[in-house]
Design a protein around this ligand. Structure first.
Ligand code: 4AD
Ligand code: MG
Length: 493
């Protein structure tokens, strides 16, 4: 009779016991060795085969129980979601689809999972449903893969910049400024909401607030990044940013992570090159380090697209799309050239665009960006030299008096993935622009000081991390590539 332990609570000390990760075992040929596996039950079939996942890989290891010699009540507790520890012999598997399996000698239930109540069953769940149980969705293969890729991309970003001598700069999360000047900020306060102090004119008196002024969550670390770049030379930020824009789309979050490099003695051309190099580097890194995950996500996407009409399906599968992106130069053109293409495009002539392109100066909507990338050029596009009136105050003004040295990188299926510019380093022009756009110069005296003391050409950009993860994973909703999405009316967990 095999010996089975079933009461974990009394055996806490055994946690020190060595376990081998599933990923390692699946690649092992040490047949005959005794191993311990800890993980969660994915399925339990034929009263015999347990599929165990411990998160180290999306693949499960199979454990085989000698059910005839195992306590019936213990077998009943092998339900989907239960945490278990097994010890047994690693053997060559005769079954299809796996090289190895574990012949169970000891089986312990670490934590039961009531089969009636556990929301994840061994079947396909919709992403919408999984979003509602985001606290448990990590336990699915899809989210295991997505968050592995997310991690790998984050790591690759640090690697890229570190290799090039950039300094990782931690910019503040609470600020008193609006870097983008778009007014889409979340206020930070600890004033009594029901009875705030007021000044004589009846307005809330933020002088009495925690910081002695009105503060908000940062929308971008750029302005502080510029300060550091003007001394350290090359910096990047990688942190959370917050936008109170009421955009309920598959591309917007209220809390998202942004990577913002800033480079001294660089112009728009250098900026474009850095951005293209960065994107290609991290995509390549993901292909090389997340082969299993990307293969899984590729098949997931193919499956998902089966329900779509032929003309809405992707022309390339996920891996082909990523490789295509690596092997082609991004198309570079000016906003003015893009407007010409759009004006003469079929959807514009046939009035298929929701926002028709009539005049130079129009802001591009995502339908226009996607037309350029997905239909016209069929590859990533860098648009430059936008009209100054649709861009931020800090962008460098071009000779024509109408445009600024801005760049947006547009990706297939995503639209804008990067926004950046060469910065206006000329004090008088910057001040003039700030006045025109009603940006408070006195509050940003510290920003202007960089232009006052040793100003120099510099440039930078912001890469939306979740949009990058969307692209690489082939997921379609940005809420599925961040563990706990924050969006309008959404802040659970
Ligand atoms: O174009 P944005 O607003 O640029 C900036 O914030 C500049 N300060 C960047 C810089 O030059 N240092 O945002 C940059 C990128 C966008 O291209 C997009 O990928 C992402 O951030 N982004 C969002 N991602 C998710 N949800 C949102 N609400 C986003 N808003 C912008
Ligand atoms: Mg932008």
């Amino acid at each position: 009779m095999l010996h089975f332990l079933s009461n974990w609570e009394n055996k806490q000390n055994d946690l020190s016991m060595k376990r081998t990760k599933v990923k390692e075992l699946l690649n092992s040929t040490a047949y005959g060795n005794e191993v311990t596996v800890m993980g969660w039950v994915r399925t339990f079939r034929n009263n015999q085969f347990i599929a165990i996942n411990d998160g180290s890989t999306i693949n499960n290891i199979q454990a085989v129980v000698d059910f005839e010699n195992t306590d019936e009540t213990l077998l009943k507790r092998l339900t989907t979601g239960a945490a278990i520890s097994i010890t047994g012999e690693l053997i060559e598997s005769l079954g299809k689809g796996q090289k190895v399996e574990v012949k169970v000698k000891h089986l312990e239930i670490l934590g039961d999972s009531d089969a009636e109540k556990f929301p994840l069953q061994p079947k396909k769940h919709s992403l919408e449903f999984l979003r509602e149980i985001a606290h448990l969705r990590f336990r699915t293969n899809t989210f295991n893969a997505v968050f592995k890729v997310r991690h790998t991309l984050a790591f690759a970003i640090h690697q890229f910049f570190n290799d090039r001598g950039f300094v990782y700069l931690h910019t503040p999360i609470i600020t008193a400024s609006d870097a983008e000047g778009a007014g889409e900020m979340f206020r930070v306060t600890n004033l009594d909401f029901d009875n705030p102090p007021r000044s004589e004119d009846g307005k809330v008196d933020f002088k009495q607030d925690f910081f002695g002024r009105s503060t908000n969550l940062t929308v971008s670390g750029q302005l502080e990044g510029e300060l550091a770049a003007m001394a350290l030379g090359e910096i990047y930020t990688f942190g959370p940013t917050f936008r109170a824009e009421n955009s309920n789309t598959t591309r917007h979050l209220a809390e998202f992570w942004m990577i913002e490099p800033e480079v001294a003695f660089a112009d728009l051309q250098d900026n474009m090159q850095l951005a293209e190099d960065l994107l290609k580097y991290v995509i390549k890194y993901a292909i090389e380090h997340c082969a299993d995950e990307l293969e899984f996500l590729k098949n997931r996407l193919l499956e998902e697209e089966k329900s779509k009409p032929q003309d809405e399906r992707s022309e390339l599968d996920l891996l082909a799309k990523l490789n295509f992106c690596l092997s082609n130069d991004f198309e570079r053109l000016t906003y003015t050239e893009a407007i010409d293409i759009l004006k003469n495009s079929t959807p514009n002539k046939k009035k298929k665009f929701k926002y028709l392109i009539e005049n130079w100066g129009a802001d591009l909507q995502s339908e226009h960006e996607r037309f350029l990338v997905e239909k016209h050029f069929k590859k990533p596009v860098i648009l430059t030299d936008y009209p100054k009136d649709i861009k931020s105050f800090y962008m460098r003004q071009n000779e024509d008096g109408k445009t600024v040295a801005a760049m947006d990188i547009l990706f297939p299926g995503i639209g804008e993935i990067i926004g950046g510019s060469q910065r206006e380093e000329r004090m008088s022009l910057l001040e003039k622009r700030m006045d025109e756009m009603h940006i408070p110069k006195d509050e940003l005296y510290w920003y202007l000081d960089t232009r006052k003391f040793g100003t120099a050409p510099h440039a930078g950009f912001g890469l939306g991390f979740e949009r990058l993860v969307l692209f690489v994973t082939g997921m379609t909703n940005i809420r599925d590539v961040i563990p706990f999405p924050r969006a309008p009316k959404t802040a659970e967990f």
